[in-house]
Design a protein. Structure first.
Length: 438
Protein backbone atom coordinates (compact mmCIF):
# COMPACT_ATOMS: atom_id res chain seq x y z
CA UNK A 1 0.00 0.00 0.00
CA UNK A 2 1.42 3.40 -0.94
CA UNK A 3 2.23 5.50 2.09
CA UNK A 4 -0.08 8.41 1.36
CA UNK A 5 -2.73 5.90 0.52
CA UNK A 6 -2.64 4.58 4.06
CA UNK A 7 -3.04 8.07 5.54
CA UNK A 8 -5.96 8.80 3.19
CA UNK A 9 -7.59 5.53 4.12
CA UNK A 10 -7.11 6.22 7.81
CA UNK A 11 -8.58 9.71 7.52
CA UNK A 12 -11.63 8.38 5.73
CA UNK A 13 -12.09 5.46 8.13
CA UNK A 14 -11.87 7.91 11.04
CA UNK A 15 -14.65 9.99 9.53
CA UNK A 16 -16.82 7.02 8.51
CA UNK A 17 -16.68 5.34 11.91
CA UNK A 18 -16.87 8.50 14.00
CA UNK A 19 -13.31 8.71 15.27
CA UNK A 20 -12.21 12.09 13.95
CA UNK A 21 -13.88 14.89 11.97
CA UNK A 22 -12.39 17.99 10.47
CA UNK A 23 -13.18 21.01 12.64
CA UNK A 24 -15.87 23.34 11.21
CA UNK A 25 -16.22 21.08 8.20
CA UNK A 26 -19.42 22.77 6.96
CA UNK A 27 -17.40 25.97 6.51
CA UNK A 28 -14.72 24.24 4.52
CA UNK A 29 -12.81 23.15 7.61
CA UNK A 30 -9.73 24.46 9.32
CA UNK A 31 -6.67 22.61 8.14
CA UNK A 32 -5.01 22.41 11.49
CA UNK A 33 -7.74 21.53 13.98
CA UNK A 34 -9.73 18.32 14.36
CA UNK A 35 -12.73 17.16 16.37
CA UNK A 36 -13.04 13.77 18.03
CA UNK A 37 -16.31 11.92 17.36
CA UNK A 38 -18.12 9.29 19.46
CA UNK A 39 -15.44 6.61 19.10
CA UNK A 40 -12.54 9.08 19.00
CA UNK A 41 -13.37 10.66 22.32
CA UNK A 42 -13.55 7.21 23.95
CA UNK A 43 -10.21 6.14 22.49
CA UNK A 44 -8.64 9.40 23.61
CA UNK A 45 -10.11 9.05 27.11
CA UNK A 46 -8.83 5.48 27.29
CA UNK A 47 -5.30 6.56 26.32
CA UNK A 48 -5.38 9.33 28.91
CA UNK A 49 -6.72 6.98 31.61
CA UNK A 50 -4.03 4.44 30.75
CA UNK A 51 -1.34 7.11 31.15
CA UNK A 52 -2.86 8.48 34.37
CA UNK A 53 -3.05 4.97 35.82
CA UNK A 54 0.66 4.31 35.17
CA UNK A 55 1.94 7.79 36.01
CA UNK A 56 -0.25 8.84 38.96
CA UNK A 57 -2.59 6.20 40.37
CA UNK A 58 -0.05 3.39 40.64
CA UNK A 59 2.62 5.56 42.23
CA UNK A 60 3.18 7.10 45.63
CA UNK A 61 5.76 9.53 44.28
CA UNK A 62 3.70 11.35 41.64
CA UNK A 63 0.82 13.77 42.27
CA UNK A 64 -1.79 14.92 39.78
CA UNK A 65 -2.57 18.52 38.84
CA UNK A 66 -4.96 20.35 36.54
CA UNK A 67 -3.61 23.86 36.03
CA UNK A 68 -5.36 26.57 33.99
CA UNK A 69 -4.52 27.24 30.36
CA UNK A 70 -4.27 31.01 30.93
CA UNK A 71 -1.38 32.02 33.15
CA UNK A 72 0.34 35.23 34.24
CA UNK A 73 2.18 36.57 31.17
CA UNK A 74 5.43 36.80 33.11
CA UNK A 75 5.45 32.98 33.24
CA UNK A 76 6.27 32.93 29.54
CA UNK A 77 9.01 35.50 29.91
CA UNK A 78 10.57 33.44 32.68
CA UNK A 79 10.21 30.20 30.75
CA UNK A 80 11.96 31.69 27.72
CA UNK A 81 8.98 31.21 25.42
CA UNK A 82 8.46 34.93 24.68
CA UNK A 83 12.03 35.22 23.54
CA UNK A 84 12.95 31.78 22.32
CA UNK A 85 9.87 29.86 21.18
CA UNK A 86 10.29 30.79 17.56
CA UNK A 87 10.70 29.22 14.16
CA UNK A 88 12.58 30.91 11.32
CA UNK A 89 10.06 31.79 8.61
CA UNK A 90 10.25 32.88 5.01
CA UNK A 91 7.43 34.66 3.22
CA UNK A 92 6.64 34.47 -0.52
CA UNK A 93 6.78 37.94 -2.06
CA UNK A 94 4.04 36.97 -4.51
CA UNK A 95 1.34 35.08 -2.55
CA UNK A 96 2.52 36.01 0.96
CA UNK A 97 2.23 32.46 2.21
CA UNK A 98 4.72 31.71 4.99
CA UNK A 99 6.83 28.60 5.30
CA UNK A 100 9.32 27.25 7.78
CA UNK A 101 12.74 28.14 6.46
CA UNK A 102 14.14 24.72 7.35
CA UNK A 103 11.81 22.54 5.23
CA UNK A 104 13.12 20.99 1.99
CA UNK A 105 10.29 22.44 -0.15
CA UNK A 106 11.59 26.00 0.13
CA UNK A 107 15.30 25.28 -0.15
CA UNK A 108 15.46 25.93 -3.91
CA UNK A 109 13.82 29.32 -3.38
CA UNK A 110 10.65 28.44 -5.28
CA UNK A 111 7.29 28.97 -3.57
CA UNK A 112 5.58 25.58 -3.15
CA UNK A 113 2.16 27.27 -3.35
CA UNK A 114 2.29 29.69 -6.31
CA UNK A 115 5.51 28.56 -8.01
CA UNK A 116 7.24 31.97 -7.97
CA UNK A 117 11.02 31.63 -8.30
CA UNK A 118 13.38 33.45 -5.94
CA UNK A 119 10.31 33.98 -3.83
CA UNK A 120 11.86 34.40 -0.41
CA UNK A 121 13.86 37.03 1.44
CA UNK A 122 15.73 36.59 4.71
CA UNK A 123 14.07 34.29 7.26
CA UNK A 124 12.29 36.09 10.10
CA UNK A 125 11.62 34.73 13.54
CA UNK A 126 8.00 33.97 14.30
CA UNK A 127 6.69 33.28 17.80
CA UNK A 128 4.55 30.18 18.03
CA UNK A 129 2.45 31.31 21.00
CA UNK A 130 -1.17 32.36 20.50
CA UNK A 131 -1.92 35.71 22.05
CA UNK A 132 -5.19 37.09 23.37
CA UNK A 133 -6.40 39.66 25.92
CA UNK A 134 -7.64 39.16 29.46
CA UNK A 135 -10.49 41.49 30.48
CA UNK A 136 -12.25 44.25 28.56
CA UNK A 137 -9.26 46.34 27.51
CA UNK A 138 -7.14 45.24 24.58
CA UNK A 139 -3.70 46.63 25.23
CA UNK A 140 -0.20 45.38 25.93
CA UNK A 141 -0.86 45.24 29.68
CA UNK A 142 -3.79 42.84 29.28
CA UNK A 143 -2.07 40.52 26.81
CA UNK A 144 -1.98 36.86 27.80
CA UNK A 145 -0.96 33.68 26.01
CA UNK A 146 -2.57 30.32 25.41
CA UNK A 147 -0.05 27.97 26.97
CA UNK A 148 2.25 26.25 24.44
CA UNK A 149 3.08 23.49 26.96
CA UNK A 150 1.43 22.31 30.14
CA UNK A 151 4.71 22.06 32.07
CA UNK A 152 4.77 25.66 33.34
CA UNK A 153 1.54 25.12 35.31
CA UNK A 154 3.45 22.42 37.16
CA UNK A 155 6.55 24.53 37.87
CA UNK A 156 4.66 27.46 39.34
CA UNK A 157 2.74 25.02 41.58
CA UNK A 158 5.79 23.01 42.57
CA UNK A 159 5.88 24.17 46.20
CA UNK A 160 2.07 24.20 46.56
CA UNK A 161 1.88 20.55 45.58
CA UNK A 162 4.96 19.49 47.49
CA UNK A 163 3.72 21.10 50.71
CA UNK A 164 0.08 20.00 50.43
CA UNK A 165 0.92 16.42 49.50
CA UNK A 166 3.88 16.27 51.91
CA UNK A 167 6.12 14.91 49.20
CA UNK A 168 9.86 14.59 49.47
CA UNK A 169 12.28 14.94 46.58
CA UNK A 170 12.46 12.89 44.41
CA UNK A 171 8.82 13.17 43.40
CA UNK A 172 6.80 14.14 40.36
CA UNK A 173 3.76 16.14 39.27
CA UNK A 174 1.68 15.04 36.30
CA UNK A 175 -1.06 16.64 34.29
CA UNK A 176 -2.98 16.24 31.08
CA UNK A 177 -4.27 19.28 29.24
CA UNK A 178 -4.58 21.34 26.11
CA UNK A 179 -1.66 23.21 24.62
CA UNK A 180 -1.65 25.60 21.67
CA UNK A 181 1.03 26.39 19.11
CA UNK A 182 0.61 28.57 16.08
CA UNK A 183 2.46 26.07 13.92
CA UNK A 184 3.51 27.36 10.53
CA UNK A 185 3.22 24.08 8.73
CA UNK A 186 0.63 21.94 10.47
CA UNK A 187 -0.37 18.72 8.77
CA UNK A 188 -0.34 14.97 8.48
CA UNK A 189 -3.83 14.71 9.91
CA UNK A 190 -3.69 15.01 13.73
CA UNK A 191 0.12 14.76 13.83
CA UNK A 192 0.83 18.49 13.89
CA UNK A 193 -2.07 20.71 14.84
CA UNK A 194 -2.46 24.12 16.44
CA UNK A 195 -4.56 22.90 19.34
CA UNK A 196 -3.57 19.61 20.93
CA UNK A 197 -3.35 17.76 24.20
CA UNK A 198 -0.26 16.86 26.20
CA UNK A 199 0.31 14.45 29.06
CA UNK A 200 3.34 15.79 30.90
CA UNK A 201 5.13 14.77 34.05
CA UNK A 202 7.89 16.74 35.76
CA UNK A 203 10.04 14.71 38.11
CA UNK A 204 11.93 16.80 40.70
CA UNK A 205 15.26 15.36 41.80
CA UNK A 206 18.36 16.37 43.72
CA UNK A 207 21.00 17.90 41.41
CA UNK A 208 23.57 15.24 40.64
CA UNK A 209 21.00 12.44 40.56
CA UNK A 210 19.39 13.76 37.37
CA UNK A 211 21.32 11.56 34.91
CA UNK A 212 20.28 8.45 36.77
CA UNK A 213 16.66 9.52 36.90
CA UNK A 214 16.79 10.40 33.23
CA UNK A 215 17.74 6.82 32.41
CA UNK A 216 15.00 5.55 34.71
CA UNK A 217 12.31 7.58 32.94
CA UNK A 218 13.60 6.73 29.49
CA UNK A 219 13.16 3.07 30.27
CA UNK A 220 9.83 3.48 32.06
CA UNK A 221 8.32 5.41 29.18
CA UNK A 222 9.57 2.87 26.61
CA UNK A 223 7.86 0.10 28.59
CA UNK A 224 4.63 2.10 28.73
CA UNK A 225 4.66 2.58 24.95
CA UNK A 226 5.04 -1.16 24.48
CA UNK A 227 2.17 -1.79 26.86
CA UNK A 228 -0.07 0.02 24.38
CA UNK A 229 0.37 -3.08 22.23
CA UNK A 230 2.51 -1.30 19.59
CA UNK A 231 4.86 -3.14 17.25
CA UNK A 232 8.31 -2.73 18.78
CA UNK A 233 10.10 -2.57 15.41
CA UNK A 234 8.18 0.62 14.67
CA UNK A 235 9.49 2.37 17.79
CA UNK A 236 12.90 3.88 18.40
CA UNK A 237 14.73 6.40 20.54
CA UNK A 238 16.30 9.38 18.89
CA UNK A 239 18.69 11.64 20.77
CA UNK A 240 18.65 15.39 20.11
CA UNK A 241 21.96 16.64 18.73
CA UNK A 242 23.42 19.60 20.70
CA UNK A 243 22.16 22.10 18.09
CA UNK A 244 18.62 20.66 18.28
CA UNK A 245 18.27 20.93 22.05
CA UNK A 246 15.54 23.23 23.37
CA UNK A 247 16.76 26.26 25.30
CA UNK A 248 16.02 24.56 28.64
CA UNK A 249 17.42 21.10 27.99
CA UNK A 250 20.66 19.37 28.95
CA UNK A 251 19.81 16.02 27.35
CA UNK A 252 16.76 15.07 25.30
CA UNK A 253 15.54 11.84 23.76
CA UNK A 254 12.48 11.42 21.59
CA UNK A 255 10.48 8.26 21.29
CA UNK A 256 9.69 8.02 17.60
CA UNK A 257 7.20 5.94 15.63
CA UNK A 258 7.52 4.93 12.01
CA UNK A 259 4.50 6.68 10.52
CA UNK A 260 3.59 6.30 6.82
CA UNK A 261 5.30 9.72 6.40
CA UNK A 262 8.51 8.67 8.18
CA UNK A 263 10.00 8.35 11.68
CA UNK A 264 8.55 11.07 13.90
CA UNK A 265 8.52 12.00 17.56
CA UNK A 266 5.46 11.48 19.71
CA UNK A 267 7.04 11.65 23.17
CA UNK A 268 10.00 13.60 24.50
CA UNK A 269 12.07 12.85 27.61
CA UNK A 270 14.05 15.90 28.67
CA UNK A 271 16.53 16.80 31.36
CA UNK A 272 15.39 20.40 31.96
CA UNK A 273 17.94 20.92 34.75
CA UNK A 274 16.94 23.65 37.24
CA UNK A 275 16.34 26.06 34.37
CA UNK A 276 12.60 26.60 34.83
CA UNK A 277 12.46 26.74 38.63
CA UNK A 278 15.53 29.00 38.80
CA UNK A 279 14.03 31.35 36.24
CA UNK A 280 10.71 31.48 38.12
CA UNK A 281 12.61 32.30 41.29
CA UNK A 282 14.38 35.09 39.45
CA UNK A 283 11.29 36.51 37.70
CA UNK A 284 8.78 36.18 40.57
CA UNK A 285 11.15 37.05 43.39
CA UNK A 286 9.74 34.01 45.29
CA UNK A 287 11.97 31.23 46.55
CA UNK A 288 11.56 28.03 44.56
CA UNK A 289 13.93 26.03 46.74
CA UNK A 290 13.17 22.71 48.29
CA UNK A 291 14.19 22.31 51.91
CA UNK A 292 15.03 18.77 52.82
CA UNK A 293 13.96 17.58 56.25
CA UNK A 294 15.64 16.67 58.52
CA UNK A 295 18.99 17.71 56.97
CA UNK A 296 17.80 21.28 56.20
CA UNK A 297 19.66 21.07 52.92
CA UNK A 298 18.28 23.66 50.45
CA UNK A 299 18.41 23.35 46.72
CA UNK A 300 16.51 24.05 43.52
CA UNK A 301 15.68 20.60 42.17
CA UNK A 302 16.60 19.41 38.70
CA UNK A 303 13.73 18.23 36.55
CA UNK A 304 13.35 15.22 34.30
CA UNK A 305 10.33 15.73 32.07
CA UNK A 306 8.31 13.20 30.12
CA UNK A 307 6.11 14.90 27.54
CA UNK A 308 3.63 12.87 25.52
CA UNK A 309 1.31 14.19 22.82
CA UNK A 310 -2.09 12.56 23.31
CA UNK A 311 -3.28 13.24 19.76
CA UNK A 312 -0.03 11.93 18.29
CA UNK A 313 -0.28 8.85 20.46
CA UNK A 314 -3.79 8.33 19.17
CA UNK A 315 -2.46 8.55 15.62
CA UNK A 316 0.27 6.06 16.50
CA UNK A 317 -2.28 3.68 17.99
CA UNK A 318 -4.60 3.94 14.97
CA UNK A 319 -1.79 3.61 12.42
CA UNK A 320 -0.34 0.61 14.19
CA UNK A 321 -3.76 -1.04 14.48
CA UNK A 322 -4.80 -0.56 10.84
CA UNK A 323 -4.78 -3.77 8.80
CA UNK A 324 -6.24 -4.83 5.48
CA UNK A 325 -6.64 -8.52 4.89
CA UNK A 326 -8.60 -11.09 2.95
CA UNK A 327 -10.90 -13.30 5.00
CA UNK A 328 -12.88 -16.09 3.34
CA UNK A 329 -12.32 -14.51 -0.06
CA UNK A 330 -13.50 -11.09 1.11
CA UNK A 331 -11.39 -8.06 1.89
CA UNK A 332 -11.72 -6.61 5.35
CA UNK A 333 -10.29 -3.59 7.14
CA UNK A 334 -9.62 -4.21 10.78
CA UNK A 335 -8.33 -2.03 13.60
CA UNK A 336 -6.44 -4.34 15.92
CA UNK A 337 -6.69 -2.04 18.93
CA UNK A 338 -5.63 -3.38 22.31
CA UNK A 339 -8.89 -4.29 24.10
CA UNK A 340 -8.12 -1.91 26.98
CA UNK A 341 -7.91 0.99 24.50
CA UNK A 342 -10.76 0.01 22.15
CA UNK A 343 -13.70 2.45 22.42
CA UNK A 344 -16.27 -0.35 22.21
CA UNK A 345 -15.38 -3.61 23.91
CA UNK A 346 -18.23 -5.62 22.49
CA UNK A 347 -21.11 -5.54 19.99
CA UNK A 348 -24.25 -7.62 20.49
CA UNK A 349 -26.30 -8.89 17.54
CA UNK A 350 -29.49 -10.91 17.20
CA UNK A 351 -28.87 -13.22 14.24
CA UNK A 352 -32.38 -12.56 12.93
CA UNK A 353 -35.08 -10.09 13.92
CA UNK A 354 -37.58 -12.69 15.19
CA UNK A 355 -38.18 -15.51 17.67
CA UNK A 356 -37.37 -13.27 20.64
CA UNK A 357 -33.70 -12.95 19.62
CA UNK A 358 -33.66 -9.10 19.54
CA UNK A 359 -35.10 -8.97 23.07
CA UNK A 360 -32.51 -11.41 24.40
CA UNK A 361 -29.68 -9.55 22.65
CA UNK A 362 -30.86 -6.18 23.90
CA UNK A 363 -31.10 -7.47 27.46
CA UNK A 364 -27.50 -8.68 27.31
CA UNK A 365 -26.36 -5.40 25.73
CA UNK A 366 -28.02 -3.38 28.51
CA UNK A 367 -26.49 -5.56 31.22
CA UNK A 368 -23.03 -5.01 29.74
CA UNK A 369 -23.53 -1.24 29.58
CA UNK A 370 -24.81 -1.18 33.16
CA UNK A 371 -21.62 -2.99 34.20
CA UNK A 372 -19.52 -0.26 32.49
CA UNK A 373 -18.52 -2.44 29.54
CA UNK A 374 -19.06 -0.27 26.43
CA UNK A 375 -21.35 -2.32 24.20
CA UNK A 376 -23.04 -1.62 20.86
CA UNK A 377 -26.34 -3.15 19.79
CA UNK A 378 -26.82 -3.75 16.08
CA UNK A 379 -29.65 -5.58 14.36
CA UNK A 380 -29.29 -3.98 10.92
CA UNK A 381 -28.04 -5.78 7.81
CA UNK A 382 -26.46 -9.16 7.24
CA UNK A 383 -24.38 -10.64 10.04
CA UNK A 384 -21.28 -10.41 7.81
CA UNK A 385 -21.81 -6.67 7.35
CA UNK A 386 -22.30 -6.15 11.04
CA UNK A 387 -19.00 -7.95 11.73
CA UNK A 388 -17.20 -5.79 9.15
CA UNK A 389 -18.48 -2.58 10.73
CA UNK A 390 -17.16 -3.65 14.13
CA UNK A 391 -13.83 -4.79 12.64
CA UNK A 392 -13.36 -1.29 11.22
CA UNK A 393 -14.33 0.27 14.54
CA UNK A 394 -11.79 -1.93 16.34
CA UNK A 395 -14.32 -3.72 18.58
CA UNK A 396 -12.54 -6.81 19.96
CA UNK A 397 -15.57 -9.08 20.41
CA UNK A 398 -18.96 -9.62 18.79
CA UNK A 399 -21.65 -11.58 20.57
CA UNK A 400 -24.39 -13.18 18.49
CA UNK A 401 -27.69 -14.43 19.84
CA UNK A 402 -29.04 -17.18 17.55
CA UNK A 403 -31.57 -20.01 17.37
CA UNK A 404 -29.63 -22.18 19.80
CA UNK A 405 -29.65 -19.33 22.34
CA UNK A 406 -33.40 -19.84 22.68
CA UNK A 407 -32.89 -23.51 23.43
CA UNK A 408 -29.93 -23.55 25.81
CA UNK A 409 -29.26 -19.91 26.77
CA UNK A 410 -25.81 -19.84 25.12
CA UNK A 411 -24.46 -17.23 22.67
CA UNK A 412 -21.40 -17.08 20.41
CA UNK A 413 -18.45 -14.77 20.98
CA UNK A 414 -16.39 -13.99 17.89
CA UNK A 415 -12.82 -12.74 18.27
CA UNK A 416 -11.92 -9.80 16.00
CA UNK A 417 -8.35 -10.94 15.32
CA UNK A 418 -8.43 -14.74 15.27
CA UNK A 419 -12.04 -14.89 13.99
CA UNK A 420 -12.52 -17.84 16.31
CA UNK A 421 -16.03 -18.34 17.67
CA UNK A 422 -16.86 -19.94 20.98
CA UNK A 423 -20.17 -20.63 22.71
CA UNK A 424 -20.70 -19.47 26.25
CA UNK A 425 -23.79 -19.08 28.45
CA UNK A 426 -25.26 -15.56 28.04
CA UNK A 427 -24.82 -14.87 31.74
CA UNK A 428 -21.12 -15.74 31.44
CA UNK A 429 -20.36 -13.06 28.80
CA UNK A 430 -19.68 -10.22 31.24
CA UNK A 431 -17.19 -12.26 33.28
CA UNK A 432 -15.52 -13.58 30.11
CA UNK A 433 -14.95 -10.03 28.82
CA UNK A 434 -13.86 -8.62 32.17
CA UNK A 435 -11.21 -11.28 32.45
CA UNK A 436 -9.73 -10.17 29.15
CA UNK A 437 -9.71 -6.49 30.02
CA UNK A 438 -7.48 -6.87 33.03
P1 LIG B 1 8.01 18.86 16.97
O1 LIG B 1 9.51 18.81 16.82
O2 LIG B 1 7.29 17.72 16.28
O3 LIG B 1 7.41 20.17 16.71
P2 LIG B 1 8.47 19.38 19.71
O4 LIG B 1 9.86 18.83 19.87
O5 LIG B 1 8.25 20.82 19.56
O6 LIG B 1 7.73 18.59 18.50
P3 LIG B 1 7.75 19.06 22.43
O7 LIG B 1 7.81 20.50 22.67
O8 LIG B 1 8.82 18.17 22.98
O9 LIG B 1 7.58 18.80 20.86
O10 LIG B 1 6.31 18.54 22.87
C1 LIG B 1 6.09 17.29 23.46
C2 LIG B 1 5.05 16.49 22.69
O11 LIG B 1 3.89 17.27 22.43
C3 LIG B 1 5.53 16.01 21.32
O12 LIG B 1 6.24 14.81 21.41
C4 LIG B 1 4.21 15.81 20.60
O13 LIG B 1 3.67 14.53 20.87
C5 LIG B 1 3.32 16.87 21.19
N1 LIG B 1 3.22 18.01 20.27
C6 LIG B 1 4.05 19.06 20.17
N2 LIG B 1 3.64 19.91 19.21
C7 LIG B 1 2.50 19.39 18.69
C8 LIG B 1 1.59 19.79 17.66
N3 LIG B 1 1.76 20.94 17.00
N4 LIG B 1 0.54 18.99 17.39
C9 LIG B 1 0.34 17.84 18.08
N5 LIG B 1 1.16 17.41 19.05
C10 LIG B 1 2.23 18.16 19.36
Amino acid sequence: MAENDLMDKLVSLCKRRGYIFQSSEIYGGTGSVWDYGPLGVELKNNIKAFWWQAMVLERDDIEGLDAAILMHPRVWEASGHVEGFTDPLVECRQCHRRFRADVPEVEGGQCPTCGTRDAFGEPRLFNLMFRTFMGPVENAASQVYLRPETAQGIYVNFLNVQGAARQKVPFGIAQIGKAFRNEITPGNFIFRTREFEQAEMQYFVEPGSDDEWFEYWKEARWKWQLSLGLREERLRFQQHAPDELAHYAKVAFDIEYEFPFGWKEFEGIHNRTDFDLARHQQYSGKRMEYIDAPTNKRFIPFVVETSLGIDRTLLVVLTDAYHEEVVEGEERVVLRLAPTLAPLKVAVFPLVKKDGLPEMAEKLHKELRAAAVPSFYDAAGSIGRRYRRQDEAGTPWCVTVDGQSNEDGTVTIRDRDSLEQIRVPAEGVLGWIRERLR
